[in-house]
Design a protein around this ligand. Structure first.
Ligand code: CA
Length: 511
């Protein structure tokens, strides 16, 4: 009898402990893992329907959470996109308009600073690319500028620089896990994993070299675009045919190799690299290609390297998910994967980004938030990288400050809000590399109106329902006169809403 009594008492105590643990964890604000890649196109992700791609771990986040089918960026380029993520403000408000002339003013508010103040352990690890050093983080360790794929240097919090042997994507994941191991576990955490992959010049980990060699990629229908009626598209310098460099982008080096990531390789890495690319080079030489045949060979090589680099990235995203599983963190951790913008995989004959056309304006984004997001969800609402900061603050139970221009998309995911924004505003500023003209514009569910300025001057209008590939500029088509006027009015309202005075002035001067 006494034994039974003690046994029951033990059971009660265990139950009480379990209840308390559950109760406490329910009170704990969610942990956050934000994985930001670079230049990763949604067209290269199997969750977005590409049957040639193999990205099981990005797909896993979507299967266990939500796939955003209409996620966009406000300014399609590396540094500016990260500044928007951090601040929840457009480039003209956070000051980081382009990669060539801007440096991020770290004194301004960011969602990270707010989380740190609220008691979160916060970290940014990997690609940062904002010129100045991170501010307001519990921990950071970043690549200088673009960083290198092999044996990269890292900038440390104490101002020193440290070279780490290995492949960048693996190392960034290693450092992230080390930080998770050593963090103050009594506090919630927000970790940003900033990957260099899949940025130019697309060098995969040595074990992924050749992974897509047996795949023949289909040429996009508009690969041989003549840019008729689209002046900015005509004057750009980002084609696979002319701009893509054999001895740099495609590693068909002639003579001494100067590319940083290759020069830094150790003997074992360099042997694997040389063995693989020298075979490709010998094969190319035998083929003696020119004209369109050579351009199409470049396209195939570009995608083989790009998809292989993405495979190395996806494997490390899997490691992050495994870490959360292994440490019993999955349940109370939000995971978001997105790229800093989309990318052209041969559409319009291009690589690179910048334009407000869909492939670079859109970005892949998947999110898992157990208990909040129904597994296998798909979102067709317009969401933007501008919304990440307020969404994460919202999840942490913090009211976003007034100056944040994005809005939380949690109410949309929770079904508490029926519809998202009806239109999105975009503004691209850089007027240098790749010769893409600055432009701003509006996208609604059906239309896109773009105003180019500085390098080229003019308007473009696309009826996305009839012309999803954006080949037919109908701005001067009389049957769209009313639509154009309404869109211009709506665009003017957006420049006022977001207080983009430079764009507003240009619109008013038009009249
Ligand atoms: Ca980028």
């Amino acid at each position: 009898m006494l034994q039974f009594y003690y046994c029951m008492k033990t059971v009660s105590l265990i139950l009480l402990c379990l209840f308390r643990t559950h109760f406490l964890s329910a009170q704990q604000p969610p942990n956050i893992v934000l994985i930001v890649s670079d230049d990763h196109a949604y067209q290269a992700i199997s969750a977005y329907g590409n049957t040639l791609a193999n990205t099981p771990h990005i797909d896993r986040i979507a299967k266990e959470g939500v796939l955003f089918k209409k996620a966009y960026v406000t300014n399609s380029i590396c540094g500016p996109s990260r500044a928007v993520l951090l601040t929840g403000k457009y480039s003209h408000k956070n000051g980081f308009k382009d990669n060539e002339n801007s440096s991020f003013n770290g004194a301004q508010s960011s969602f990270i600073k707010i989380l740190t103040t609220a008691g979160y352990q916060t970290a940014w690890i990997g690609k940062w690319h904002l010129g100045s050093h991170p501010q307001g983080f519990s921990f950071w360790q970043i690549l200088p500028g673009q960083g290198q794929y092999f044996n990269p240097d890292f900038l440390m919090m104490d101002g020193s620089s440290k070279r780490i042997e290995g492949y960048a994507t693996n190392i960034i994941e290693d450092i992230s896990e080390q930080w998770l191991d050593s963090r103050d576990k009594s506090k919630p955490f927000c970790l940003v994993i900033g990957h260099k992959a899949t940025h130019r010049v697309w060098i995969p980990d040595t074990l992924d070299m050749g992974r897509f060699d047996s795949v023949n990629f289909a040429l996009p229908n508009n690969f041989y675009d003549d840019y008729h009626g689209r002046e900015a598209a005509r004057v750009q310098d980002m084609t696979i045919a002319k701009t893509m460099i054999m001895g740099y982008d495609l590693k068909m080096f002639d003579g001494e190799v100067k590319e940083g990531s290759v020069v830094r390789m150790n003997a074992a890495q360099r042997k694997k690299f040389d063995d693989y690319y020298n075979t490709v080079k010998a094969d190319l030489k035998k083929r003696n290609l020119s004209g369109n045949a050579l351009t199409e060979w470049k396209f195939q090589r570009y995608l083989k390297d790009y998809f292989s680099t993405a495979a190395s990235l996806d494997r490390n995203i899997g490691r992050t998910l495994d870490y959360l599983d292994k440490h019993d963190l999955t349940k109370n951790t939000i995971v978001i994967y997105l790229s800093d913008q989309g990318f052209y995989l041969g559409e319009h004959g291009w690589f690179d980004k910048r334009f407000m056309y869909e492939e670079s304006f859109r970005t892949p984004m998947v999110m898992r938030y157990p208990g909040m997001i129904k597994p296998g969800s798909q979102s067709n609402d317009f969401v933007m990288n501008l919304d990440i900061a307020p969404t994460l603050l919202d999840a942490a139970g913090i009211q976003p400050p007034q100056e944040i221009q994005g809005r939380s998309f949690l109410p949309l995911l929770a079904g508490k809000q029926k519809a998202g924004r009806d239109a999105m505003y975009y503004h691209y500023y850089e007027n240098g590399e790749h010769s893409v003209s600055p432009h701003f514009g509006i996208r609604t569910q059906r239309y896109k109106l773009i105003r180019f300025y500085r390098r080229t001057e003019g308007w473009e209008l696309y009826d996305l329902e009839k012309d999803p590939a954006e080949m037919n500029n109908v701005y001067n088509n009389g049957s769209y006169k009313k639509t154009t006027a309404a869109l211009k009015k709506q665009l003017l309202e957006l420049t006022r809403l977001y207080e983009d005075e430079e764009a507003e002035k240009m619109l008013l001067q038009q009249k």
